[in-house]
Design a protein around this ligand. Structure first.
Ligand SMILES: *Cc1c(COP(=O)(O)O)cnc(C)c1O
Length: 373
């Protein structure tokens, strides 16, 4: 058990730097408790919960500057469930996937395993690297990740291929913290437990008219289980509800975060925040002899998830001491297997807390180095 005590003056005010689930401001939990008997434990088919769903859909529409004809759709099961819905109702025959890490790879694997789809085309980057999708003959769906949470690489978002192909962007950890023009996408999808400072279990997708049209057509041609039926999700969302019972607290926390984002100045203001917070990490890495950026290309370094390789010091030991002091979840993505720290700089994280975190890391590394010599 690491027994080094970091001084109170050095510690961040909130020690949560996880990449998902991520920091939920405690004031939001208090706001949830303050709803008392008005919301939790009431029917999701009645006005209070439906008004909450409407608040989420309208707020996200404003935040993401919803283009004409695009719709904010939501359903249960998190991003994983949306992937299944997309395999069933958005990929016509052959998809191209960009795989930058774990998350881009999961959808590629799901499509490859679907017996009714052709073998997908896969463009794979070395971990920490970026590749972009590329127009390809015979591809009807392009799929890539806005922010690869497992490596801390961000991608630009734009259309690929000719007019007929759909562009699906996994923005689970990027939406709300990275710049985007959703008109460049057909499905810009995410879950609320990253930039939206809420809990898991829900998916949200901004769908274009072309995506909705394809989903309606393919789900007439294929058998689709109801819980992952995109058309049922679209129909229910239009009525400000979900097919089955949603987690009301998750919706409430999401609505609060979206309203806060809008009050702070919208997506541009959020990008300024994540740029400032990730900049604190990048500046600290640049002046710290034992730290190097995992993502070599500065343009590809994420504004919302930063990854830092350590040298001559055991990152797991550093993370363990931090954890014992209440500074949590800076361990690297488990399957990456690197001597690394991963620090989320989502909008809800205070830049001053990121500064405090870097001071804590220096403090712990100093202690571990003295201890060893
Ligand atoms: C967290 C994450 C997911 C998985 O989200 P779930 O809601 O747990 O299914 C998928 N893609 C990316 C990029 C993520 O960061």
């Amino acid at each position: 058990m690491p027994d080094y005590v970091i001084s109170q003056d050095t510690l961040p005010r909130d020690g949560r730097f996880g990449s998902g689930p991520s920091k939920v401001p405690t004031s939001r939990l208090e706001a949830l408790a303050a709803t008392g008997s008005a919301l939790m434990g009431t029917s999701h088919r009645q006005a209070p919960v439906k008004a909450l769903v409407r608040r989420v859909r309208e707020g996200l529409g404003e935040l993401l500057a919803l283009p004409d004809g695009h719709e904010v759709v939501l359903g249960n099961g998190g991003t994983h469930a949306f992937w299944d819905a997309a395999v069933l109702a958005l990929v016509e025959s052959r998809a191209q996937h960009v795989v930058l890490g774990e998350f881009g790879g999961k959808l590629a694997d799901a499509v490859a395993a679907a017996p009714f789809l052709a073998e997908p085309s896969v463009r794979r980057a070395e971990p920490g690297g970026l590749v972009l999708p590329e127009a390809e003959e015979g591809v009807d769906t392009y799929a890539y990740v806005h922010n690869e949470t497992s490596t801390g690489v961000m991608s630009s978002v734009g259309r690929v291929g000719d007019g007929g192909a759909l562009v699906l962007v996994d923005a689970t950890s990027g939406a709300g913290g990275l710049p985007v023009d959703v008109a460049e996408t057909d499905a810009y999808y995410f879950a609320p437990q990253k930039c939206f400072a809420s809990d898991g279990g829900l998916w949200v997708a901004v769908l274009s008219p072309a995506a909705i049209e394809r989903a309606e057509r393919l789900s007439r041609e294929r058998w689709v289980p109801p819980s992952v039926d995109l058309v049922q999700a679209i129909d229910n969302s239009r009525k400000d509800q979900t097919l089955n019972t949603p987690a009301v607290a998750t919706l409430f926390l999401l609505a609060e975060q979206v309203d806060w984002m809008l009050a702070e100045g919208g997506l541009e203001a959020m990008v300024r925040r994540t740029t400032a917070s990730s900049g604190v990490v990048h500046d600290w890495v640049a002046r710290t002899p034992y730290a190097t950026p995992f993502v070599a290309d500065p343009e590809a370094r994420s504004l919302v998830v930063t990854t830092v390789d350590l040298e001559g010091v055991d990152a797991a030991e550093v993370a363990a001491v931090l954890r014992a002091n209440g500074v949590v979840d800076v361990e690297p993505y488990r399957k990456l297997g690197r001597n690394q720290l991963r620090i989320a700089t989502f909008p809800a994280v205070e830049t001053s807390d990121v500064e405090a975190l870097t001071a804590c890391i220096d403090d712990v590394v100093g202690h571990l180095t003295r201890h060893r010599s």
